[in-house]
Design a protein around this ligand. Structure first.
Ligand code: C5P
Ligand code: C5P
Ligand code: C5P
Ligand code: ZN
Length: 470
């Protein structure tokens, strides 16, 4: 069968054959939106193929965690959204006869290989912008599909994973990701459209939608509640329903057109740069099987909802939502989302107040306990673009993990990657130099290092970035 990514067909078929022959499978995945959707896709595909399995989530796949997986009774372990970067440690367990690994991942592979390894980077496909962990899991799911099933409905979750990993390029999924979108559209679970690109079109009342869109930076609207209300009141539309502000989804096409074009006009008049104005409109992915006006209907809102669960040790809640729990699961996830939002906004405020330290080739901050280590990478990414943070220089963030260890997150931009930046190499080499470990993608990567060696780490990282961009 030809899958959505022909270059990966052989690898997917080999992985699927091995899984079908297994008595039972331990499915291990990563604790973010992409990891959760990866797990949900793989779990559904295993279920439909009649293969018994159990799911576990890990914050990070280090040698200790791999050893704990090896200690389980499972002969086959399916790793999704991680595994490639830890293949050196994994293949030692394989050689020792602990388990046979099957990997569906998109991170930079370590120097080792294994028989059942599905990763876009092995076939020259970019793992940061063309296929996510959920996309790799989707390719596997298509290969696992029994004759009487159609797994293309899982494309919806694959899109949520890709959007959650910020794979969109200039607002749009490209390459193999776009092939998955096409399958989702054909299966009737997704529509793709051009729309306002602001976050919260499904769930935020209009003034909040505009006020919170700080990344666009329209004076008198962004971060300005009264200004947003005044702007909306001045449009001559009836934007309230029984006294309550309507949401973007509640508007007619004409009303949307009026709001969007007035917003663009206002931005032009107030001197917002052209590239930011272009960014006001983008491609949106709507999950048509989900209820309108819920986080689940929009790929971007869905992915944030998932991050709000798994990054707070409640991956079970996120997985339940992905697998269809639209009642209790969704309610719990929403409570977690409120907490996540508050943490992101407090984290961003912290960075704004404390500022970053500038080195020759990068900038960094140490949040200590002020930002949870599982979200410090998201905060670092959101910090790019705020006052005092240079958008043309990579950013590195530290957060305390425990008494012995510090979490490191690094973020770059597509432009810097074009000039030679590879943060997965920076994190891998600089962490190894201080007895830590790390990896990831060219544009976003992370590491864990011994506490107290942050300064030394920065010196190494600064030197490596200098060589890459020099
Ligand atoms: O998908 P990811 O979590 O990486 O996206 C970055 C975060 O930015 C999201 O978690 C989302 O909550 C947050 N965000 C927001 N409001 C915006 C833009 C982004 O809350 N206007
Ligand atoms: O482990 P994983 O692959 O899921 O992590 C991807 C991370 O990289 C996400 O937190 C995402 O926000 C970040 N990223 C980014 N910019 C990109 C691509 C990914 O910040 N262009
Ligand atoms: O945690 P954070 O969002 O910063 O992670 C960015 C990327 O770096 C992710 O793809 C993650 O899987 C990877 N990473 C890694 N090793 C670590 C920490 C993060 O490969 N120790
Ligand atoms: Zn991922």
């Amino acid at each position: 069968m030809a899958g959505p990514v022909p270059a990966l067909d052989d690898r997917a078929a080999a992985c699927a054959d091995h899984l079908r022959a297994a008595d039972s499978v331990l499915l291990a995945s990563h604790i973010d939106a992409d990891g959760l959707t990866s797990a949900a896709i793989a779990a559904t595909a295993l279920e439909r193929a009649g293969i018994p399995f159990e799911v576990v989530f890990k914050k990070q796949l280090d040698p200790t965690e791999i050893a704990s997986i090896a200690a389980r009774e499972y002969d086959t372990v399916l790793f999704t959204d991680f595994g490639s970067g830890q293949l050196d440690a994994i293949s030692e367990h394989e050689a020792a006869g602990d388990f046979i690994p099957v990997i569906a991942d998109h991170h930079q592979p370590a120097d080792a290989d294994t028989a059942f390894h599905l990763n876009p980077l092995l076939e020259g496909i970019d793992g940061a912008s063309e296929l996510s962990g959920a996309g790799a899991s989707y390719v596997l799911a298509r290969a696992l599909e029994p004759a009487d099933a159609d797994n293309r409905d899982l494309a919806a979750l694959a899109i949520v994973g890709a959007v959650g990993d910020m794979q969109a390029v200039e607002g749009e999924l490209v390459g193999t990701n776009e092939k998955i979108v096409e399958e989702g559209v054909a299966a009737g679970v997704v529509t793709e459209g051009t729309d306002l690109s602001l976050y919260g079109k499904q769930t935020r009342p209009l003034p909040k939608l505009l006020e919170y869109a700080s990344e666009i930076g329209i004076p008198g609207i962004s971060n300005d509640e009264a200004g947003s209300i005044k702007f909306l009141d001045g449009l001559g539309l009836d934007l309230k329903d029984n006294g309550e502000w309507r949401r973007w989804v509640d508007l007619t096409d004409d009303e949307r057109q009026t709001v969007a074009s007035s917003l663009v006009q206002r931005a032009v008049k107030r001197g917002v740069p052209a590239d930011k104005i272009d960014g006001l409109v983008g491609t949106t992915y709507t999950l048509t099987a989900e209820p309108e006006g819920t986080e689940l209907r929009d790929a971007s809102e869905f992915s944030t909802l998932l991050n709000a669960t798994a990054r707070y040790e409640r991956a079970d809640v996120g997985l339940a939502v992905c697998l269809g729990d639209r009642e209790a699961g969704l309610e719990r996830a929403r409570r977690l989302l409120q907490n996540h939002r508050r943490n992101l906004s407090e984290g961003l405020e912290w960075v704004k107040e404390q500022g970053v330290t500038r080195e020759d080739n990068l900038q960094w901050f140490d949040a200590g306990d002020a930002v949870r280590e599982t979200i410090v990478g998201i905060v670092a990414g959101m910090a790019v673009g705020v006052d005092g943070v240079d958008p043309d220089v990579p950013i590195i963030a530290f957060a305390r993990k425990n008494d012995e260890e510090t979490k490191v997150s690094a973020r770059g931009t597509g432009r810097l990657v074009g000039k030679g930046l590879d943060l997965s190499v920076v994190m891998g080499e600089a962490s190894a130099a201080v007895d830590g470990g790390g990896g990831g993608h060219n544009v976003a990567a992370g590491a864990t290092i011994p506490a107290g060696r942050e300064q030394e780490f920065i010196e190494h990282a600064d030197g490596i970035v200098g060589e890459q961009l020099g």
